[in-house]
Design a binder for this molecule. Structure first.
Ligand code: NAP
Ligand code: ZN
Length: 346
């Protein structure tokens, strides 16, 4: 058993406090990771605030984990002590259902085990990456390519894969018009990845305040959604829209931007239901879809893709005592573009 330092939240309205948690004894296929950096995803905030339903407190969030292997179980074959590794939003799944067999463990028919706010196969609540160590079965650990710094690697484990997967699935490529709604943690990754896949990329942000960054990250066009003309100018243009917004938006207005057979994929996951007028879809055979992170094999593929294309998130590294402040700033869309906790400050 390893005792790990951690930052936990005791309830939906409470601030973070320093604590210690225990990580299980290594099973034969387990890897012990010394966490170096943990990204702050908006999902951490939804969960910590109880917006996605009741959770077990105290809760240690964090599913954008980058660190170093410091011990391995007796039958581990993929990793050695000293390897640079990452862990994302899930730490286990059944491995036998049809979806796991396809490498889509995030859609495990028996339910994947989330990195935090879940229950593992030993019946213990899972606790996430705002901590110094974690124990994970080797099948749910990925390798961080040498040319990606560990602090920049962390956000790829959720923001990176959550945008790579739908862009790949829905065919972002040369000749395709892709729009990204929201220039936050996920959005600024979507821009870089869609651009590297060869698509023509448009950012739809609330204002033009981050336009320069968007263009520098690879966007071809940048529009403000608080300007009604935007929706007239761009009507019927996009093959694919990736909506990363963490709150409700007027979906019908965005459907009107899709071309014939275009698809709007929601990766943003607000706690409240979204409403839509089906006529917005019927009119031009449009689709509305959702997508959740990506499988383990695809996560490794995404990391290798980012390494090859020199793609990395823009991050602000913070000490652990600034998590509450970081949450407030994410809620105010005041982050460029991902907070990453330096876990040496726990
Ligand atoms: P984030 O950094 O806060 O980015 C969200 C962006 O949405 C903001 O930067 C802002 O962009 C825009 N936005 C926020 N409030 C808005 C509003 N009221 N109206 C219009 N636009 C608004 O959050 P994130 O970490 O990227 O996560 C985004 C969402 O994806 C969250 O709901 C999160 O839970 C979800 N998520 C889903 C998955 C999945 O597997 N599907 C995985 C990870 C995260 P602008 O300032 O550019 O307008
Ligand atoms: Zn996340």
């Amino acid at each position: 058993m390893v005792t790990a330092k951690a930052r936990a939240v005791g309830g939906p309205d409470q601030s973070f406090h320093a604590t210690e948690i225990t990580r299980r004894e290594l099973d034969v296929h387990d890897v012990l990771i010394e966490i170096k950096y943990a990204g702050i995803c908006h999902s951490d905030i939804h969960t910590a605030h109880g917006e996605w339903g009741p959770v077990h407190y105290p809760l240690v969030p964090g599913h954008e984990i980058a660190g170093i292997v410091t011990d391995i179980g007796s039958e581990v074959s993929k990793y050695q002590v000293g390897d640079r590794v990452g862990v994302g939003c899930m730490v286990d799944s059944c491995g036998t259902c049809a979806n796991c067999q396809k490498g889509e463990e995030q859609y495990c028919l028996n339910g994947n085990v989330p990195t935090y706010a879940g229950v593992d196969k030993y019946g213990e609540p899972t606790q996430g990456g705002y901590s110094s160590h974690i124990v994970v079965t080797e099948e749910f650990v990925v390798r961080i390519p040498d040319n990606i710094e560990l602090d920049a690697a962390a956000p790829l484990l959720c923001a990176g894969i959550t945008t790579y997967s739908p862009l790949h699935h829905w065919g972002a490529a040369p000749g395709k018009q892709v729009a990204v709604v929201g220039m936050g943690g996920l959005g600024h990754m979507a821009v870089q990845i869609a651009h590297a896949m060869g698509a023509e990329v448009t950012v739809l942000s609330q204002t033009l305040s981050k336009k320069e960054d968007g263009l520098q990250l690879g966007a071809d066009h940048y529009y403000a959604t608080n300007d009604e003309d935007t929706f007239k100018t761009l009507a019927g243009q996009f093959d694919l829209i990736i909506n990363t917004v963490s709150a409700s938006i007027n979906l019908d207005a965005y459907f009107s931007l899709l071309t014939l057979d275009g698809t709007l994929v929601n990766v943003g996951a607000p706690g409240e239901p979204l409403s839509l007028n089906v006529m917005s879809l019927i009119g031009h055979r449009r689709s509305f879809a959702g997508s959740m992170i990506g499988g383990i094999r695809e996560t490794q593929e995404m990391l290798d893709f980012c390494a090859e294309h020199n793609i990395a998130p823009k991050i602000e590294v913070i000490s652990a005592d600034r998590i509450d402040e970081a949450y407030e700033r994410v809620l105010a869309s005041d982050v460029k573009y991902r907070f990453v906790i330096d876990t040496s400050t726990l």
